[in-house]
Ligand binder design. Sequence first.
Ligand code: ADP
Ligand code: MG
Length: 490
Amino acid sequence: MTSEANTPVLRNCIRLPLAEDELLEVTAKAKDYAIMHGAAMRSKTAFSPDSLNFAPFVLVPSSFPRKEFEKAVALQPIINRLMHNVAHDEEFITTTLAETIKVDEFTANLFNIYRKVLAHGFTQAYSIGLLRSDYMAHVYEDCAIKQVEINTVASSFAGIATQLVPQQKFVLSELGHADKLKNMPQNNALAGLCDGMVKAWDIYARPNAVILFIIEDVSYNICDQRFHEFYIRETYPHIKVLRRTLSDVHREGKLGQNKELLLGQQEVAVIYFRAGYEPGHYHSQAEWDARYLMETSLAIKCPSIHYHLAGTKKVQQALAQPAVLERFINDPEEIKAVGKIFTGLYSLDDNEAGNASYEMALKTPEKFVLKPQREGGGNNVYGVDIPDALKRMSRVERSAWILMDLIHPPLTKGYMVRPGAEMPPQIVDMVSELGIFGVVIGDADNIVHNYQAGHMLRTKLSTANEGGVAAGLGALDSPYLIDSDDEEEQ
Ligand code: ADP
Ligand code: MG
């Protein structure tokens, strides 16, 4: 994605560049602050379970339009309810994914679990969603936020994002700008999500039952996960968290008399999936069997299989079609507000509409991004690469993908700090993606908890298609809220 020359640049929080000696000093402090406060990760290139690198970060918080931030926060409970209702609409999920599962094996495997669970009836009526709705401001619509995607599984970075606000406040204060701290919104994402898990644990109502985190074989994003675990133990000393891979669960897990999930002697109240969202997490049938075992158990899943499917890109695309929201939201004002955050999303199914989107993508590929049913970054195809990718697919294969209008975010300028990179960092052009966390708990008939739970900001080089933080081009950040009528501050 090359940024166009005339893309607007948001006003910076402070005047840049910094003098070199000041920049060197404050960057070194910020790196240590990050490591000491756990804004850190395991190194992929020099992995050791005994050490951490700071997670890539943006030195000074990036600007984000206040009005749009507040809009995203206010929308979250509505989005929570929407996703909860979608997850419980068997007919909608089944028809929406019908073509996709014919060609996408991973989604088909998830769907098969769903089908089997439906056939036997849900053992556990309650689900917990720890969601993250991701947005970019779109310069062609006065920087109105547009939804990039909604995550219903392994919504990450609540832990580190919570640490990053005090870190960037520290940096601003060091630079003599303590007066600006008021424009950095408080962030209680970690507490918000963990308290949600504990509310689910309360619903399960067995004092000795544990919370199980399903993890990858190697967790690079270990601090973010440990923040959740440690917060739960520190805030609720009577609750234990266990960490297990899907393979571990296959080996150790079984169902008790009432279909409770047992790991050895330990009963599991809540399962929090930080893995299981990509094919690579399932090494063999054993891991799929483990997933099915958990789904059929009495434990409350985050996410349950229907929530997982509700978060697919295909479902997101279906939700953005005219009149579909009315099926899930009653209030016309809410329908209007949610409708406005959708950008164009197009089916590539093998039918008239899908073939029209295919032609449109071939004609003006630079306007689009092509997405498969995958999570975790690095799977999309952008702009000029789209025609070749599409032409390699058969008509039916295309239905595993969706097409989406590219969002054009405004630029910010700042210093991106990465472990091992040259010092001092250079000023670069960047764009940001805001994530708003939400918690929703309920069954098919009722929602018992529904709230917005903090935020995170990920910022990447403006020239990068994607900004995976661990992958190399993205960095953690927090929003610095600006008003359109602010005085020029520099
Ligand atoms: P994933 O599930 O892999 O995170 P996303 O839909 O979030 O998939 O896409 C990954 C990244 O690609 C986003 O974080 C964003 O940087 C970029 N991206 C995705 N959709 C768009 C879009 N419509 N416009 C601009 N950038 C996008
Ligand atoms: Mg994403």
